[in-house]
Design a protein around this ligand. Structure first.
Ligand code: ADP
Length: 492
C-alpha cells in the first residue's frame, strides 16, 4: 500500500521533487537549478532537455535519500512555471528550439496587430508578451521551415507540464486546463482551443495538446517511476491556491516570491475583471465543473529586496531587510515603487519605472528598506482592492506563502496596510503540496477536500494594528508615488 504522494515542482529557476505523506508533511525533497539563458536584452530562454534531465535527477535523488521505491508513491502531480513555450519534434521528441520563458519580451512587436478585445473576451487575459501565443508565433516565423512542419503535424507545442508528461509517459501529448488558460489561445467558455485565436495568431491546431482536467490519471510513468500514475498537472500559482486549501469562493492566497501573485477563488463562474486582473482557471477535477480564479500578478516583490542587496549593497542577505527596517519606526515619508520593468496588476503600465521619492538628508538605508517592505504590501493591497471591486467579495483573511513571508515585519506591515489578518501555513511549500493534493485526490489517496483542509495548520497569524486614519494616509502617499513613476519610458 503506497503511503506517499510525489510532486514535481518545475519552477522558473529550479526544479524540485517533493514527497508528502497523508498528513501533508514533507518526507523528502531534492532540488536543482537550471541555466537562465539571456542571449539578448529582453530574451529569456531555458534548455528543455536540461529541465527534463533535472527532473529525472531530482526524482532519483529524492527517492534514494528517503530510501523509497516507486511503488511507495500512490501518484505524482506536476506543477510548473506557466506560459513558457517548448516546441519539439513529434517523431524524435527532440526540442526544435530553446524554451521561450514567460518573462521574455522579444514578441512585443507582435502585439500591435492583434484584436485586443477578442483576446480579452475569449481568454480573460490582457494581451501581453507574458502569455504563450506570441512566443509560438515567433518560433514558427523565425525558425527555418518550422511553420510547414507544424502544419504537417510534425511539430508539437507544450507548456512545461506537457513537455514533462510527454517525456514521463513516453509520448502522450496533453496539458491541463490551468496551463492552457495561460496560453492566450483557450476559450474560457468552451475550455477548448479557440479557432478564432488560432487563426489570428496563425498557429496550426495540429501542434496543440489535448486539454484535460487538472486532476485525473493521464498515464503512468515509464522511465524513472515505472508504473506510478501521473495524476495531476496544475500551473504553479493555481497549485499554491490549492495547497493553501482555498476551496471556497472568496478565499485567496498571496505568494510572495521574486514576483507576487494573488489568486482568489471565484467559484464555478468566471468573473471578468474591469480592474486590471486576469480571469483564469483555478483548477478542475476530472469531469467536475472547473473552479475559476481572479489573479493579480505583481512584477517586483522579493526582487525589490534582491535589488537592495545586490545592486545597492545595503543588505548582506534578504533576511537582513527585517533587521535594518526594524531600526526605524516608519519610513518617515519615503516611498519606494519597485517598477523596475513597469507595473503589472492592477495598473499594467509598461512605461513606468522604479522610483524612491520623499528623500531628505535625514533618511537612511533603514528608511529605504522599510519603504521597500511597505511597497510589497501596498502592491498587494492594490490587487486586493481590485479583487474586491471585481468580485464583490471583501477578504477577511489573507493566506500567504513564498520566500518573503519569512520576514515577520513585512507580514505585520501587510496586516496593518490591508486592515485584515495575515495567516502563514506550517507547510511553506504550498505549490508542490497543491500538486500532490490534486494527484492524491485523483487516485483516492485522499478522499475529499475536507481531508486536505484538516491538514492545514497555521504557523503564524498577524493582526492589523493601525488606525484607519494611519492606513489611509499611507495609501494616499503610495498613490502619489505611483503617479510619479508613470510615463517614464516610451514603449511600443
Ligand atoms: P521564487 O519562487 O520566485 O524563486 P521564493 O519564494 O523562493 O521565490 O522567494 C525568494 C524571494 O524572497 C527573493 O526575492 C528574496 O529576496 C525574498 N526573500 C527571502 N527571504 C526574505 C526575507 N527574510 N525578507 C524579505 N525578502 C526575502
Amino acid at each position: 500500500m503506497a503511503r506517499y504522494v510525489g510532486a514535481i515542482d518545475q519552477g522558473t529557476t529550479s526544479t524540485r521533487f517533493m514527497i508528502f505523506d497523508r498528513s501533508g508533511t514533507e518526507i523528502g525533497r531534492h532540488q536543482l537549478e537550471h541555466r537562465q539563458i539571456q542571449p539578448r536584452s529582453g530574451w529569456v530562454e531555458h534548455d528543455p532537455m536540461e529541465i527534463w534531465e533535472n527532473t529525472l535527477k531530482t526524482i532519483g535523488v529524492a527517492l534514494a535519500d528517503t530510501g523509497l521505491a516507486p511503488a511507495d508513491l500512490a501518484a505524482i502531480g506536476i506543477t510548473n512555471q506557466r506560459e513558457t513555450v517548448v516546441l519539439w519534434d513529434r517523431s524524435t521528441g527532440a526540442p526544435v528550439a530553446p524554451a521561450i520563458v514567460w518573462q521574455d519580451t522579444r514578441t512585443d512587436y507582435l502585439l500591435h496587430d492583434i484584436d485586443a478585445d477578442l483576446v480579452r473576451s475569449r481568454t480573460g487575459l490582457p494581451p501581453a508578451t507574458y502569455f504563450s501565443a506570441t512566443k509560438i508565433q515567433w518560433l514558427l516565423d523565425e525558425v527555418d521551415g518550422l511553420r510547414a512542419r507544424a502544419e504537417n503535424g510534425e511539430i508539437l507545442f507544450g507548456t512545461i507540464d506537457s513537455w514533462l508528461i510527454w517525456n514521463l509517459t513516453g509520448g502522450r501529448h496533453l496539458t491541463d486546463v490551468t496551463n492552457a488558460s495561460r496560453t492566450m489561445l483557450m476559450d474560457l467558455s468552451s475550455l477548448d482551443w479557440s479557432p478564432e485565436l488560432l487563426a489570428m495568431f496563425r498557429i496550426p491546431r495540429a501542434m496543440l495538446p489535448e486539454i484535460r482536467s487538472s486532476a485525473e490519471v493521464y498515464g503512468t510513468a515509464e522511465t524513472v517511476l515505472p508504473g506510478v500514475p501521473i495524476a495531476a498537472a496544475i500551473g504553479d500559482q493555481q497549485a499554491a491556491l490549492f495547497g493553501q486549501t482555498c476551496f471556497e469562493p472568496g478565499e485567496a492566497k498571496c505568494t510572495y516570491g521574486t514576483g507576487g501573485f494573488l489568486l482568489m477563488n471565484t467559484g464555478t463562474t468566471p468573473v471578468r475583471s474591469s480592474h486590471g486582473l486576469i480571469t483564469t482557471v483555478g483548477y478542475r477535477f476530472g469531469a467536475e465543473r472547473p473552479v475559476f480564479a481572479l489573479e493579480g500578478s505583481i512584477a517586483a516583490c522579493g526582487s525589490a529586496i534582491q535589488w537592495l542587496r545586490d545592486q545597492l549593497g545595503v543588505l548582506d542577505t534578504a533576511g537582513d531587510s527585517e533587521i535594518l527596517a526594524g531600526q526605524v519606526e516608519d519610513s518617515a515619508g519615503v516611498c519606494f515603487v519597485p517598477a523596475f520593468s513597469g507595473l503589472f496588476a492592477p495598473y499594467w503600465r509598461p512605461d513606468a519605472r522604479a522610483a524612491i521619492v520623499g528623500l531628505s538628508r535625514f533618511h537612511t538605508s533603514a528608511h529605504i528598506t522599510r519603504a521597500a517592505l511597505e511597497a510589497i504590501c501596498h502592491q498587494t493591497r492594490d490587487v486586493v482592492e481590485a479583487m474586491a471591486q471585481d468580485s464583490g467579495t471583501v477578504l477577511d483573511c489573507l493566506q500567504v506563502d513564498g520566500g518573503v513571508t519569512a520576514n515577520a515585519l513585512c507580514m505585520q506591515l501587510q496586516a496593518d496596510i490591508l486592515g485584515v489578518p495575515v495567516s502563514r501555513p506550517a507547510v511553506a511549500e504550498t505549490t508542490a503540496l497543491g500538486a500532490a493534493y490534486a494527484a492524491g485526490l485523483a487516485v483516492g489517496f485522499w478522499d475529499s477536500l475536507d481531508d486536505l483542509r484538516a491538514n492545514r495548520h497555521e504557523d503564524r497569524r498577524w493582526q492589523p494594528s493601525w488606525s484607519a486614519a494611519r492606513r489611509t494616509e499611507g495609501i494616499t502617499r503610495w498613490r502619489a508615488a505611483i503617479d510619479r513613476t508613470l510615463d517614464w519610458v516610451s514603449v511600443g
